[in-house]
Write a protein that binds this ligand. Structure first.
Ligand code: AP5
Length: 216
């Protein structure tokens, strides 16, 4: 299966990707996670990306396109992919479509999670993540069993630097100007399924699964 999951910051892309992976054997490729790993490891790519990410701005297209092109060459992508947070600009979308066609894996479905700003703000400011295994929590909606400690690996949870109301507003500006047109672009190809992402997680996931069942 060749899937994209799209939506603004806090829409639930990471949360839904974790659930999708439980029933579909495809690699989850999150450009945000890949960039954060590069920042943690102080790679050259990470150093290039850090200032953009901290400011809530998009990392330049050429950096991202090269990173994804390399990742898609790995053997696990023979099964397909679940791309989370990419493509995020029309330049990325066109480069990606060319790449995907070249490897015989064009996008089959774009899951677009629609969530209003007030819900995004509540989710982003309450999110906590595990810096080690990447598990995602929320202080109210999905708390860890022991406050501040990851249920999966026992590491101390952290808040992302860009998870403030101020940065969310910048990320929304980027989304509206650069990423919403990508959804419109895929709509012209007839592959977009809009899902109301403001519902409870199990309901959002059930609607995604119903959409994916139609592809099989
Ligand atoms: P990235 O990591 O992709 O961040 P984002 O798109 O802003 O999305 P988030 O990870 O913030 O949210 P999400 O939709 O995954 O929500 P989650 O599931 O965690 O990118 C970060 C930065 O990297 C960008 O700003 C940019 O600088 C750079 N970057 C990345 N890709 C790039 C690209 N292609 N081009 C250029 N730059 C790029 O959920 C959020 C919270 O809500 C959690 O606490 C969760 O528990 C809770 N929650 C989720 N769903 C529900 C639900 N249904 N009900 C209740 N609570 C819920």
């Amino acid at each position: 299966m060749n899937l994209l999951i799209m939506g603004p910051a806090g829409a639930g892309k990471g949360t839904m990707s974790d659930l999708i992976l439980k029933s579909h054997d495809i690699p989850h490729i999150s450009t945000g996670d890949m960039l954060r790993e590069n920042v943690r490891n102080n790679t050259e790519l990470g150093m290039q990306a850090k200032s953009y990410m901290d400011a809530g701005r998009l990392v330049p297209d050429d950096v991202i396109n090269a990173m994804v092109a390399k990742r898609l060459q790995e053997p696990d992508c023979a099964k397909g992919y679940l791309l989370d947070g990419y493509p995020r600009t029309l330049v990325q979308a066109r480069a990606f479509d060319e790449l995907a066609a070249g490897i015989g894996k064009p996008v089959e479905c774009v899951i677009a999670l629609d969530v209003p700003f007030d819900v995004l703000a509540e989710r982003i400011t309450g999110r906590r993540i595990c810096p080690k295994c990447g598990a995602i929590y929320h202080v109210k909606n999905h708390p860890s069993r022991v406050e501040g400690i990851c249920d999966v690996c026992g590491s101390a949870l952290v808040q992302r630097k860009d998870d403030t109301l101020e940065q969310l507003k910048v990320r929304m500006e980027e989304y509206d100007s650069s990423t919403a047109p990508v959804i419109a672009y895929y709509e012209t190809k007839g592959v977009v399924t809009h899902i109301n992402g403001a519902q409870a997680s199990d309901q959002v996931f059930a609607e995604i699964e119903a959409a994916l069942a139609k592809l099989a």
